[in-house]
Design a binder for this molecule. Structure first.
Ligand code: ADP
Ligand code: ZN
Length: 747
């Protein structure tokens, strides 16, 4: 029996120390076990990495105890952790921590009553800017709450924003934040009405897809275990029904399953479709556990334990549910696999879809990725034969795809551009719906900070000559910058295309749209749904409930309303400005716009009546828009893949983003330049290293931000470079460098 253990100490930048295992614990300590040890004279928590017969460490100390035998990571998960640490250049300790819910990490957390914080109002813009300068911590707290969809626990808020208790108190005193205490275990969105599950007969397309999947699950098809499935099915094609059937078979064979959905689709509507099918006696007592970020730590722990004890055999959740403690896995489903919320934007910066594929491989279980708009990466994998492509080309309910009309905003009068942004055709369409008692969804994807230069007369956008990405307008020093390659230029005074001087375009926000619409339709019942109005737990379900009950005529909202909602009486979807995403300085901008338009359009005409979608834009000829309009994914893919190839963007190169941030602009900029120089020295010729450039979001949380971007055809070469950089790059104390492998957010 091994008597020694190598322990990875939490919060120690990857330090590994050896300890002796006390005799009474020898048969209980295994790899992955969470243990209590002493480091110098302090108690610390750590994770057992390895068991050993011998150790040469003089005066070796004993392990003091176990955190609890519920929290071990089984060998498969340890292998997954090692792969992640290696692939994402992240400390193993951070990976292992992110695999466990906070309460099981053995960390101290709040007691039974949990303090919650929510936004009670946003300070006026001027005050907000002053906070950004004078009180960055307060600003960071508000920033975090702004994107919350409901109240969040104070300890999470402070951890995620880096704010302090004092800054929180100041905000409460100023009246911007409200605190409360909860004990409740009610899930967010309880009270949204759910229709009982009726099991439809599969149509022939679904039949053949399910047949292929069942064969893989039966285990008679060894190749399936090595090759994930990609299910490409148009919106409303019945993908969810395919998931349900397949899960049924997995449960019947006594196995368990993980279903990943993007946080934003974790609506009661989605969860309830799974519960209705499996969470009762007829489901074989299988039980569904739901894991998402709005649960309190205690709730999350409880769901986790139900999975671990085998009381629930299906885990549904966002990103981190990929680590769900299920033994005997029979299937991992990743719904809406193209969604970027699967990418974690803090260390370890993993992509849950890719981790799911790896976990499936390690566990020997099939992986099913599904989407109406697969990511370019996944679709290419399918075409190359690395994934196996399954298709559902038609709507399940026999409806035709909605008609999409494009309105050219360049041809609309000034009023449409300034006053709520409604063109005449969209106004007329709304009026028609109001008269016939049908409902309208208006969609505006307002993403504030990175402003491209857009000419309102001709639609011209300033692009980088090297990368073909829109350049970002930096107001402070009045210049245009490409943040991918660092190229800069002075902004034109007039549009280079049509000589119009009105090129400095600033966008509309949802709030202004709401105002405009209230003016245009004074008697309509209107609600707005975005991060600002939905900061209260329950308000989301409130509004959706009312909308479903037809007490609201027009629902205005952001991404929040783009996905997964199914309202039969909605026959019109209006997209206020399709360009906002299109011109963000990101090589995936076209892809995201295509995905978003397709998803939003999928909300229209889900019932008996045919749906109509009206898209307003300054760039009606843009390929993402035209292909979305014709429901032509293949055409979009063709043109997008050749753009990626020409400019050597992923998937034709692997990308590594080095972020450098700090409070001093000079120091940070110098450090970033030094990082770029160092990398250029280290890198072989096959790796492209950009100059350091200010990030599109130049300042955030009171810090200046710079980027250096590396591209290579080999991930391994990039990984090696990253490790060399980490090992050899001295940085000033107040400058922080982080690495992002396969970055998604280039802001
Ligand atoms: P997706 O997940 O691809 O968007 P859903 O699974 O939500 O599609 O299906 C869209 C609608 O079609 C749902 O209302 C669903 O109940 C219905 N549906 C799915 N499969 C069938 C079928 N075989 N027959 C009739 N209706 C179906
Ligand atoms: Zn460029």
């Amino acid at each position: 029996m091994p008597s020694f253990a190598r322990v990875l100490i939490d919060r120690s930048e990857g330090r590994e120390l050896d300890y002796a295992i006390p005799a009474e614990l020898r048969d209980r300590v295994c790899v992955g076990e969470r243990v209590i040890v002493k480091v110098r004279n302090r108690r610390a928590l750590g994770t057992v990495l390895e068991l050993m017969e011998h150790s040469d460490v003089p005066g070796i100390r004993l392990i003091e105890g176990l955190v609890g035998n519920e929290s071990t990571l089984p060998p498969v998960m340890m292998r997954l952790a090692r792969w992640m640490a290696d692939y994402y250049c992240a400390p193993l300790a951070s990976v292992m921590r992110s695999m466990l819910p906070p309460m099981l990490r053995g960390e101290k957390i709040a007691g039974k009553k949990i303090r919650m914080a929510e936004l009670s109002g946003m300070p006026p813009a001027q005050e907000y800017e002053r906070l950004a300068r004078k009180a960055p911590k307060q600003h960071a707290i508000l920033e975090r709450l702004r994107i919350a969809t409901s109240a969040i626990p104070v300890h999470e808020l402070l951890r995620e924003s880096g704010g302090s208790d004092a800054s929180l108190r100041a905000l409460v005193a100023a009246g911007w934040i409200r605190l409360s205490e909860v004990r409740s275990t009610a899930s967010p969105g309880d009270g949204e009405q759910v229709l009982p599950g009726r099991i439809p007969r599969l149509n022939p397309d679904q039949e053949s897809v399910v047949a292929v999947l069942l064969e893989a699950i039966g285990g008679s098809d060894d190749a399936a275990l090595q090759r994930p499935f990609l299910l490409h099915g148009v919106t409303g094609s019945g993908k969810t029904e395919v998931y349900l059937r397949t899960l049924g078979a997995v449960l019947e064979s006594g196995k368990s399953a993980i279903v990943l959905v993007p946080e934003i689709s974790l609506t009661p509507q989605t969860v309830e479709r799974f519960r209705a099918r499996f969470d009762h006696a007829g489901g074989g007592g299988a039980g569904v556990a739901v894991l998402h970020s709005h649960l309190t730590d205690a709730e999350r722990r409880e769901e986790w334990m139900r999975l671990q004890r085998g009381e629930a055999r299906i885990a549904i959740g966002a990103r981190s549910a990929v680590f769900a403690p299920l033994a005997n896995l029979g299937l991992i489903i990743v719904d809406e696999e193209h969604e970027n919320t699967y990418k974690q934007e803090e260390t370890p910066r993993y992509h849950a879809r890719d981790v799911a594929v790896m976990r499936g491989r390690l566990e020997g279980c099939p992986v099913l990725l599904g989407s109406a708009t697969p990511s370019i990466e996944s679709y290419r994998n399918a075409l190359l034969g690395k994934y196996r492509l399954l298709e559902l080309p038609k709507r399940a309910d026999g409806q035709t795809m909605p008609l999409i009309r494009v309105v050219d905003l360049r041809l609309q009068g000034k009023r449409a551009k300034s006053d709520g942004g409604l063109s005449a055709p969209l106004q007329m369409a709304i009026t028609k719906r109001l008269e016939s008692g049908q409902q309208t969804i208006l969609f505006l994807n307002r993403r504030g900070f990175a402003t491209s230069m857009l000419c309102e007369q001709c639609g011209h956008v300033c692009r980088c000559p090297n990368c073909s990405l829109s350049m970002t307008f930096h107001r402070d020093d009045n210049r245009l910058a490409c943040h991918l390659c660092g190229h800069t230029t002075t902004p034109p005074e007039r549009c280079p295309e049509c000589r119009d001087p009105g090129i400095r375009h600033s966008g509309l926000g949802t709030q202004r749209v709401e105002e405009g619409i209230r003016k245009a339709f004074p008697s309509a019942r209107i609600a707005r749904m975005d991060a600002d109005t939905m900061s209260r737990r329950g308000s989301y379900a409130d509004v959706l409930g009312k909308f479903r009950a037809r007490q609201i005529d027009i629902l205005i909202g952001t991404q929040m309303i783009a996905k997964g909602l199914d309202f039969p009486n909605v026959t019109l979807v209006g997209i206020i400005n399709a360009d906002i995403g299109l011109h963000s300085p990101d090589f995936r901008a076209g892809e995201r716009t295509f995905q978003l338009l397709t998803q939003v359009a999928g909300r229209a005409g889900r019932g008996e009546t045919e749906g109509e979608v009206i898209v307003q834009t300054f760039s009606p000829a843009s390929p993402s828009l035209q292909h979305a309009r014709h429901h032509d994914f293949a055409g979009f893919y063709e043109q997008e893949i050749s753009f990626r190839e020409t400019f050597r963007h992923p998937p034709f190169a692997r990308m590594l983003l080095v972020r450098v941030r700090g409070v001093s602009p000079e120091k940070t900029s110098h450090a970033a330049a030094a990082v770029a120089k160092k990398l250029k020295g280290l890198a072989p010729d096959s790796v492209e290293v950009s100059d350091s450039a200010p990030a599109p979001l130049e300042r955030s949380h009171g810090q200046y931000r710079f980027h250096v971007i590396l591209k290579s055809s080999s991930g391994a070469v990039l990984g090696k470079l990253a490790r060399e950089l980490l090992a050899s790059m001295p940085l000033p104390d107040d400058v922080v460098m982080t690495l992002d492998v396969d970055p998604y957010s280039l802001m």
